[in-house]
Design a protein around this ligand. Structure first.
Ligand SMILES: C[S@@+](CC[C@H](N)C(=O)[O-])C[C@H]1O[C@@H](n2cnc3c(N)ncnc32)[C@H](O)[C@@H]1O
Length: 230
């Protein structure tokens, strides 16, 4: 896969801006709805700087999708998406990530927001260690179609071209009847990891739930949030 200069510059820019130390940030989901002192550890995707933050707001506004239901937050990173679901009505949230730092970060935020009794956290490749089905599965997947570099955090944004297909191959086994998959996308990353283009190849139905030109510190351009069904 060869990238355009604009794509490579964007990747370099994102990686350069992920050399952060541990920090705490207030994440504004909506007016008066703030996740105070949200923890972000080194080598974890910064949810306040990317379209992850639009997804967390969207999940806040669309809490009917997970009210009293079970959610899987796949590739949980800091835990932002599942934490929002846990706070705003989910019955249970299961978090999964392949890397150690996101698992530690998610556990800290679970404690921070007192969600211990309704959450489980598993480290593994996609659904490797998940034994249960969910009504809503969220995956803010690595968008860029090249392999990770030696910089640890790169696994958060550089997914190669296999992660999305492995996810779509197995996700059906973890979805309750009528269940929904939610995936965001930053379109500058191209078509290979665009769920709107790739999900139908796995027999899944896709609709655009949200699409807009956005401007967030590290992501400026067209983004979508897709609603995907079996
Ligand atoms: C774009 S980040 C999203 C983080 C967080 N969910 C958010 O919205 O800010 C993608 C996450 O997927 C994880 N990941 C990458 N490949 C994975 C795999 N095969 N299985 C599980 N998690 C994976 C990365 O470690 C990273 O935390």
């Amino acid at each position: 896969m060869s990238l355009t200069k604009k794509q490579q510059d964007q990747i370099d820019y994102q990686l350069e801006n992920h050399k952060h130390s541990r920090y705490e940030v207030d994440i504004v989901l909506a007016e008066g709805q703030i996740l105070e002192k949200f923890i972000v550890l080194p080598d974890v995707l910064r949810p306040d700087k990317l379209i992850a933050s639009f997804l967390s707001s969207w999940l806040f506004y669309n809490n009917g999708l997970y009210q009293d239901k079970t959610v899987i937050d796949m590739g949980c990173g800091s835990g932002i998406q599942g934490i929002v679901c846990g706070i705003y009505g989910a019955k249970k949230v299961i978090f999964s990530d392949i890397a150690t730092e996101p698992i530690d970060n998610t556990k800290e935020n679970i404690k921070n927001y007192k969600l211990e009794t309704k959450t489980e956290v598993y480290q593994g490749d996609l659904f490797e260690n998940i034994k249960e089905k969910a009504d809503l599965i969220i995956f803010n997947h690595p968008f860029w179609p090249i392999n990770p570099t030696e910089q640890k955090v790169s696994i958060s944004i550089l997914g190669g071209v296999e992660v999305i297909h492995n996810f779509f191959d197995s996700v059906g086994n973890y979805l309750n009847q009528g269940g929904i998959i939610i995936m965001p996308y930053f379109h500058l990353a191209g078509e290979e990891n665009d769920p709107g283009i790739q999900a139908p190849k796995h027999g899944l139905g896709v609709e655009v739930a949200f699409r807009a030109e956005v401007s967030k510190t590290l992501h400026t351009g067209l983004m979508s949030i897709y609603k995907i069904k079996k």
